[in-house]
Design a protein around this ligand. Structure first.
Ligand SMILES: [Fe+2]
Length: 394
């Protein structure tokens, strides 16, 4: 049952069958980034797998789709640095990182697979082997041990009870390069669109328009504008400056001459951006530069009642020796930082109002309220900082 579970047709993931992989060497001879675009319709954001050279060979952290291009690049690295020996899924909930794992594991049948504790699937909580994870060589981090612990330091964020399942993420410090590998926990957002969009900027140009009947115009300004709006979508789902246009109006602007192509979605564009979106984007940076931060979606939907768990994890990272950069699975990487930056972030998060509900946060807050009302997420929580990665989640 671990063969070819047909995942991909189930989700309308952009860019469908035309997935391109951008490979960058982040730390010479030690760490590489493999980036692909992933998203629903044209809300496409880059997703990254990080490859680390260890004594035994290569470790793959946060899988991406095992395309022919990606496998060819990995085979080249194997020739130079040794075989892929470990594949790590370090999140219990992040579906976009979980779905690519079975195919990647099949491509490297000698590699050991390590997953975060508490894996779950929705709507049916299926065993990992049913989802295509190889049963004979899949291990659970912390429960079955920790791989390469002479070269890597593993730290657990959570677990946090989400009701349907858990959020848990295992960060990994590669001591030799000082690289802290993360999945979703923290992000660093750049003002300019990632290089990955160079080959096809359509998702950016799509969102750079003011109305559905505008043509897609390619220019550096339009790409930047589209990128910044995409980030706002991904960060807040519906930021305050985004008006959703009534269907009748959307329809009246669609299907006009020049728009009758799938690329411009036939002119169907149900959004109108109000003034203020630029300021909302600027707030996600620090003086125009990327900053280490918790994504708003995580603050409002995962940690609204668990700030203590997050702060405790940040302070544990602050005590780790030798962090020189962070490499997350989304957005910009690497971001130069030290352990002190994690301590500072913890203090900042502790000092400001937590999980706000107004302005840009209103939609996220409404989702959380609804989940609470329906009893799908636990309401009151004893705020105990968790240092036990195997803690039982009811
Ligand atoms: Fe993710």
């Amino acid at each position: 049952m671990d063969q070819h579970w047909p995942w991909w047709p189930l989700l309308p993931l952009y860019p469908y069958g035309r997935r391109r992989t951008l490979v960058r060497e982040l730390i010479a001879g030690q760490v590489w980034s493999f980036e692909q675009l992933q998203g629903i319709f044209y809300v496409a954001v880059p997703i990254r797998m990080t490859v680390v050279r260890l004594k035994q060979g290569l470790l793959l952290y946060a899988p991406v789709a095992a395309t022919q291009d990606l496998l060819a690049e990995l085979r080249q690295l194997e020739i130079l640095h040794g075989p892929v020996c470990s594949i790590v899924l370090a999140t219990s909930s992040g579906l976009e990182h979980k779905l690519p794992l079975p195919a990647l594991a099949r491509a490297f049948p000698q590699a050991q697979v390590w997953v975060s504790p508490g894996q779950w699937s929705f709507p049916l909580n299926l065993p990992l082997s049913w989802l295509g994870f190889p049963s004979g060589r899949t291990h659970t981090l912390f429960v079955d041990g920790l791989p390469h612990s002479d070269e890597l330091a593993w730290e657990s964020l959570g677990p946090v009870d989400l009701g349907l399942g858990r959020f848990q993420e295992i960060s990994c410090l590669h001591r030799a390069s000082g690289s802290l590998l993360l999945t979703d926990a923290l992000v660093a957002i750049g003002a300019e669109p990632p290089e990955l969009f160079d080959a096809d900027p359509t998702p950016l140009l799509f969102h750079a328009r003011e109305r559905g009947d505008e043509p897609l115009i390619d220019s550096p300004e339009q790409r930047r504008k589209g990128w910044q709006r995409l980030v706002l979508f991904a960060s807040y789902f519906r930021p305050a400056s985004l008006e959703v246009v009534p269907l009748s109006q959307v329809w009246s602007q669609a299907f006009r001459p020049g728009l009758r192509t799938a690329k411009s979605y036939f002119g169907l564009y149900p959004f109108r951006w109000q003034s203020g979106w630029e300021q909302a984007f600027s707030a996600l940076l620090a003086g125009g530069q990327p900053k280490l931060q918790l994504a708003p979606v995580l603050e409002r939907l995962v940690f609204p009642r668990h700030r203590g768990v997050l702060l405790e994890w940040l302070r544990r990272l602050a005590r780790l020796q030798g962090i020189r950069q962070v490499i997350g699975a989304h957005y910009l990487a690497p971001l130069a930082c030290t352990g002190a930056d994690f301590g500072r972030l913890a203090s900042e998060l502790e000092a400001r109002p937590w999980a706000p509900s107004g302005d840009d946060w209103a939609t996220l807050s409404a989702i959380d309220d609804r989940l609470l009302r329906w009893g799908l997420v636990p309401g009151t929580v004893a705020e105990t900082a968790t240092t036990n990665p195997n803690k039982k989640i009811p």
